[in-house]
Design a protein around this ligand. Structure first.
Ligand code: TXA
Ligand code: MG
Length: 356
């Protein structure tokens, strides 16, 4: 298949390209597009054939449901029912924005879109290109992140081209995304709302908007949990670079020392070593590929850079990667959740001997 690449400026949207992309979606084709979180791989959410094509293009297991993107609150009634008061409150506070809500689905949403579930994930993205495209496509775009299953989510159109060239009809390049990590997912189908995937909208922000406690799925930061995550997609190894990634946690100076020592040993053994660090520690390492996520205090920058760095390591063909651990509070919870998954939960603590 020939994949058409079009550039659209978010601040000066070319309506002709949007109309063309909308037609592709309406006729059952796939279009990748920017959102404020990561690039999405869009198909018409109400056509089961489109959802099947999405799973095929990503190489994604078909029991892993898709998020349906809308552009107007009024449209939610066609795809969700028994919508709780909570949903309107959260929409008022955070939509358009990086929040996905799990609700009961209507019969209009095919089970192909929801991975066989009776619930549907709904989000209104905060990106003008995405909103215009959703409108042009008839109102409902199913869109997972536009990466090959298992790879880090794309934060630039180049990443989408790498993974989807020749597999889909069109890619809209709207420049690099602003947030860089996928939306927060909150389940509103039980009495107490539960965060299933942490993201830019934190638990504290949700509790404040709702005026009540919000639970967090226990599997999010705990690699040893025996429980299955409630978001089916969270059970898969994800975001994984080809190199073997280990996170090192502990006092900052000890972390640097431990990574320095291990890198030297692995390089002496002939490995190509990559390091994920911060601006503060960048100059302290010696390795084939040293990548700073930004200043340690700047969590928004860490979120924005993380996936591109994981992809870069594949390009540099590093075989071993060490990453400094980051704070797991606030937005840090989402950052550490993605990093832990990329590392298959392999963490070394500087104050413990391995194996203890
Ligand atoms: O920021 C985002 O959410 C991006 C952009 C493109 O909007 N999309 C995204 O989609 O990250 P995806 O498919 O890569 O991740 C969707 C996650 C998966 O973990 C999936 O299992 C979960 O949402 N999910 C979808 N529908 C669900 C449902 N009905 N119940 C529980 N989890 C659901
Ligand atoms: Mg994804």
């Amino acid at each position: 298949m020939n994949t058409k690449l079009v550039q659209i400026d978010e601040n000066n949207i070319d309506q002709t390209s949007i109309t063309e992309a909308g037609k592709v979606l309406k006729s059952g084709g796939l279009v990748a597009f920017p959102t404020e979180t990561v690039y999405g791989l869009g198909g018409d959410a109400l056509q089961k054939e489109s959802s099947r094509k999405i799973y095929a293009a990503k190489g994604r297991p078909s029991d892993n449901p898709l998020i349906v993107h809308i552009c107007r609150w009024e449209d939610i009634g066609q795809i969700a029912r028994n919508i709780p008061e909570f949903a309107k409150k959260l929409a008022d506070a955070f939509w358009p924005g990086p929040l996905t809500m799990i609700l009961e689905k209507t019969d209009d949403v095919p089970r192909e879109t929801t991975g066989g579930l009776d619930t549907v994930a709904v989000r209104m993205p905060n990106n003008k290109i995405a909103l215009a495209l959703i409108g042009a496509a008839g109102g409902y775009i199913a869109a997972p992140s536009a990466n090959t299953s298992g790879k880090p989510s794309p934060t630039r159109a180049e990443h989408v081209v790498e993974d989807m060239q020749g597999r889909i009809e069109m890619i809209i390049d709207g420049g690099p995304v602003g947030i860089g990590l996928e939306s927060t997912i909150i389940d509103l189908t039980s009495a107490t709302p539960v965060v299933l995937r942490p993201g830019y909208i934190t638990r504290e922000m949700l509790e404040q908007a709702l005026g009540c406690p919000v639970d967090v799925d226990k599997t999010i930061l705990d690699g040893n949990s025996k429980q299955a995550p409630k978001a089916p997609g969270m059970k898969y190894r994800h975001y994984a670079p080809k190199g073997d990634l280990t996170i090192v946690d502990g006092k900052a100076t000890d972390v640097v020392e431990m990574i320095r020592k291990m890198s030297a040993e692995r390089m002496a053994a002939g490995e190509r070593v990559g390091i994920i660090c911060t601006d503060e520690t960048r100059g302290m390492y010696n390795a084939h590929c040293i990548m700073s996520v930004g200043a340690r205090k700047d969590e928004a920058a860490i979120a924005r850079h993380l996936f591109a760095i994981l992809r870069q390591f594949d390009e540099e063909q590093v075989t071993v990667i060490y990453s400094e651990a980051f704070s797991d509070r606030g937005l840090g919870q989402a950052i550490m959740n993605r990093l832990l998954k990329a590392a298959g939960h392999h963490v070394l603590y500087t104050d413990k001997q391995e194996g203890m």
